[in-house]
Design a protein around this ligand. Structure first.
Ligand SMILES: [Zn+2]
Length: 406
């Protein structure tokens, strides 16, 4: 970890206290610099349509907070005047990210660019209940922040990914795992902005953030023990009226009567998820304990497993064809154990989409593995925090709390 991070927020000694009116709009300045739209005081003044002195006040606050740095090696202008350039310093603060899984929790501290500074896995069953799990999470965050030498005042927010309600239901009992309950518990520990979302939504958001290209519609498909997807439109995760957008795992496919955990018959999850494939292969005497084993067998050339994954791809593609016709996505990214057998899976998906969906010019939809591996969910959670914490108004509020007391 860089020393700037440890020191940021501690550089208040000797600083004068500025009135709030001299801080407002500092967030806009940070945003322009962060997105590379302005680098110097002059450019900032032009873009905002304000005087340089107005910009200077805000830049001073941003420099003191550590959020901006002045480029020491700045080029000397043609007339010998140094043209100092400003840069965003992602190490000026941190986010806390947590991914709650059915049988374990992954935690990370990231910088403000979503880069993971440290992460750990805790084995705990969600059936233990929210109080016990979240206490372990907060204790662990406390320890990690201490180890990093990071002041909790530098935490800009907490992002939490959780399984969808339907997935959680068989394990939850009477426990309240609602996002409101999780937020309440965490904000008792640290009163910062908290974002709780389905893990598939955070995967989708993280995938969107890793791509520099402007993608209007991105679908991120999780094909693991269960199937689900996240939808990002114009940079925003689509939640749906009841927060159920993307639950394609519970769309009925074909004529299957296979019972699903949701109580219906023939859901995509019951037919084509990694869990369903493993069960079916085991019934035929194949040693396939789980979704990961199914993918490994398929990759190694096991005919029956390869066929099963390809058929699953077709079933998934059948459901995705409806999504494609509805939203016309540019990218469908695949994440999860079954995606490790990408050749068979993508072939199956493509067959169904070609048969059942309208597509534009050939190759219009990119169906490809996700760009991030195991850390994708944590990255998505961190970026969700960053997205909100670095909004101009949020930055202004944050800087006000960082002002030296008079
Ligand atoms: Zn179902």
């Amino acid at each position: 970890m860089s020393t700037e991070q440890v020191q940021a927020g501690q550089v208040q000694a000797g600083r004068r206290r500025l009135s709030p009116s001299r801080i407002v709009r500092a967030g806009e300045i940070l945003e322009l610099v962060r997105h590379g739209q302005a680098r110097t005081t002059g450019q900032l003044a032009d873009q905002l349509g304000v005087a340089r002195s107005t910009v200077n006040d805000r830049v001073e606050v941003l420099l003191a907070s550590g959020m901006l740095t002045l480029d020491a090696a700045a080029s000397v202008g043609s007339r010998g005047r140094p043209a100092s350039t400003l840069s965003f310093n992602p190490r000026s603060g941190v986010t806390l990210a947590a991914q709650l899984g059915i049988s374990g929790v992954r935690l990370a501290v990231t910088d403000l660019a979503g880069e993971i500074l440290t992460s750990k896995m805790i084995d705990i069953d969600l059936t233990t209940g929210p109080a016990a799990v979240l206490e372990l999470v907060t204790t662990s965050f406390d320890e990690t922040l201490r180890d990093l030498g990071t002041d909790p005042a530098q935490v800009h927010g907490i992002g939490v990914g959780m399984p969808a309600k339907i997935e959680l239901a068989p394990h939850a009992g009477d426990a309240d795992w609602s996002s409101e309950a999780v937020c309440a518990e965490l904000s008792n520990w640290l009163p910062v902005p908290i974002f709780v979302d389905h893990d598939v939504n955070l995967l989708a958001f993280g995938e969107h953030c890793t791509r520099a290209d402007d993608i209007e519609v991105l679908i991120s498909l999780k094909v693991g023990t269960v199937i689900g997807c996240g939808v990002v439109v114009n940079g925003t995760v689509v939640q749906g009226t009841s927060g159920l957008a993307g639950e394609i795992g519970h769309t009925r496919v074909g004529a299957s009567e296979e019972p699903c955990s949701c109580g219906n018959l023939g859901c995509l999850n019951a037919v084509a998820s990694g869990g369903a494939l493993a069960r079916r292969l085991r019934a035929n005497g194949v040693d396939a304990p789980n979704a990961r084993a199914v993918a490994a067998l398929a990759r190694s050339g096991h005919v029956e497993a390869g066929h099963a994954v390809r058929m699953a791809g077709r079933d998934i593609g059948e459901v995705l064809a409806g999504v494609v016709n509805l939203l016309n996505p540019a990218v469908i990214s695949l994440w999860g154990y079954l995606a490790e057998a990408e050749e068979q899976l993508i072939a199956g998906i493509r067959e169904s989409i070609a048969r059942s969906a309208q597509s534009g010019p050939a190759g219009d939809i990119r169906i490809e593995p996700a760009t991030m591996g195991a850390d994708a969910g944590l990255y998505g959670a961190a970026m969700m925090v960053v997205e909100h914490a670095l909004r101009p108004t949020a930055v202004d509020s944050y800087l006000l709390t960082q002002q030296p007391s008079s």
